[in-house]
Design a binder for this molecule. Sequence first.
Ligand SMILES: C[S@@+](CC[C@H](N)C(=O)[O-])C[C@H]1O[C@@H](n2cnc3c(N)ncnc32)[C@H](O)[C@@H]1O
Length: 284
Amino acid sequence: MGTASQQTRARALQWARQTIDRLDARLLLEFASGCTSNALITDPDVMLEDAQWASFQSLVRRRESGEPLAYLVGQTGFYGDLLTVTADVLVPRPETEDLVDWALEVLRACDAPSIADLGTGSGAIALALAGAKPDGRVLAVDVSAAALLVAANNRQQLERSNVEFICASWYEGWQAAGLLDLIISNPPYIPASDPHLAGDGVRFEPRLALTDEADGLEAYRAIAAGALARLKPGGWLLVEHGHDQAEVVAELWVRAGLVNVTSRADLSGNPRMTGGQKPAGGPL
Ligand SMILES: C[S@@+](CC[C@H](N)C(=O)[O-])C[C@H]1O[C@@H](n2cnc3c(N)ncnc32)[C@H](O)[C@@H]1O
């Protein structure tokens, strides 16, 4: 048993709230002290052990410096799943859940769909689709072997054995058993010149997950170029992108031969996703 510090739970929270968000402070204290959120409310005067107080102080300082909460506690929620996240993967964003919703809409009438998630990171999109479509098969591709280890750990935790991992750059060097019903991706799309790359939170995330080190469109060019050869007639290509990229991504989709090309907005009204379909009557 450790020695007691001079800090109660309540005093520790008060200290942290001077510099970080109230909810973040509570979650970090629960994590550092191993107590439940209920215990924080019902027993605020319990003394923290020395080691707990030291760990809490260190976590609060890291949060103050902009490190994402998800990295500090090692997990985050996505589409109802609790995912492990480390600094090797992008922290899945709530807006990406809208892309999963769109995917499930286009797959509504599709039994046992065959899906590829390009740039899977933590596996967020692939695992959400695999959970919603247990008879489907999801190929989760990423060029980062470190990210795939995190995704594989999440697959195991969630027991989604219908996800397979491939370490590759987009379509290079792999072939699905048959043609795909859906290709989905939230690729790196921040232009290398964008100052947001140095911003709070984002600067702790893998650069490979954020930018193509070019104009932010390289991934869309590669993904569009290979889509028709991989999709079934009527199959969909759906991607997330930056708020000012919808027009150019839609143009790439049209030039690649996709039809029914449309973009969808996020809750703030910014177009953040674009999709298109391989013509139903096209070549197999
Ligand atoms: C924006 S993150 C998206 C992660 C996850 N799909 C999500 O939505 O939370 C982009 C992912 O693409 C991967 N990536 C970057 N370049 C790639 C490439 N050439 N081929 C495959 N994956 C790539 C990165 O490693 C990263 O995991």
